[in-house]
Design a protein around this ligand. Structure first.
Ligand SMILES: [Zn+2]
Length: 252
């Protein structure tokens, strides 16, 4: 058992939240009971996730996508009220880490994707105003375009969408989890053969084709499942609490 505030302080320190400006608050978003024995992690604090976490006996939930995004209405009504009502009625805390969990060099989504895909990390550059958000690196063994797409699909365990093509084997790669399809040109400027993120927009196709890179949309949810799990595991190793990950499937 740990004090809630000690768990929050540990996470805030580990993810260095003060160094990253974000469009949601990072850390404790909704305060529940003061002691935490069991923490449940997930990608998004949706109602379905909360119901499953409560049933699993969570004292707190740890997510990548929390609430209170910049630009959204600040009033508590509808879907947002129902989610918060679930938390308050169960007296559990919501801990959310967005960009700090994308950029962390060991526990973050991008670092974990490198492990999942077998990439050597060679560097990280700023993108969208966030330092170190866009990762790049290499494969030990170059793969043909089609083989590479197959490799990524196998590792994320779902179908992926691929557009554009490299005119050589895929050796140098860049990647950024979630909705980073807007970084195709920034990735191409790094001289990579392929770029991977979660989602695809209409213009992504043209951007990939005209930059001569292979772009793979491997799923926003699918590319953001691993950071929060690594963070939860780290918590259970370093602190006196148990952790479990609950995956609420999402094809997007
Ligand atoms: Zn995301």
């Amino acid at each position: 058992m740990e004090k809630r505030d000690d768990v929050v302080a540990y996470l805030n320190r580990t993810l260095e939240i003060d160094n990253i400006s974000d469009y949601c608050p990072n850390g404790l978003q909704v305060a529940g009971r003061e002691q935490i024995k069991h923490i449940v992690s997930g990608v998004t604090a949706s109602a379905r996730f909360l119901e499953q976490a409560i049933a699993a006996g969570a004292d707190a939930v740890l997510v990548h996508h929390g609430y209170f995004w910049k630009g959204e209405s600040p009033v508590l009504t509808g879907m947002k009220l129902e989610r918060i009502r679930l938390l308050i009625n169960a007296d559990i805390s919501l801990l959310a880490y967005h960009l700090p969990l994308d950029v962390h060099p060991q526990l973050g989504n991008n670092a974990q994707l490198a492990r999942l895909f077998g990439f050597n990390v060679e560097g990280r550059v700023a993108a969208g105003g966030t330092d170190g958000l866009l990762f790049h690196g290499s494969l030990d063994t170059p793969l043909g375009n089609d083989e590479f797409v197959e490799h990524i699909a196998t590792r994320v365990g779902r179908e992926v969408t691929a557009v554009g093509r490299s005119n050589q084997a895929i050796k140098r790669v860049a990647w950024c989890s979630g909705g980073a399809q807007g970084f195709v040109s920034a990735a191409a400027a790094l001289g990579v053969d392929a770029f991977i993120s979660g989602e695809i927009s209409e213009q992504t196709t043209h951007e990939a084709r005209e930059n001569g890179v292979l772009y793979i949309a491997a799923g926003h949810h699918a590319t953001e499942r691993h950071g929060v799990q690594a963070l939860g595991e780290k918590l259970s190793e370093e602190l006196q609490l148990t952790h479990q990950f609950i995956d609420v499937d999402n094809p997007a």
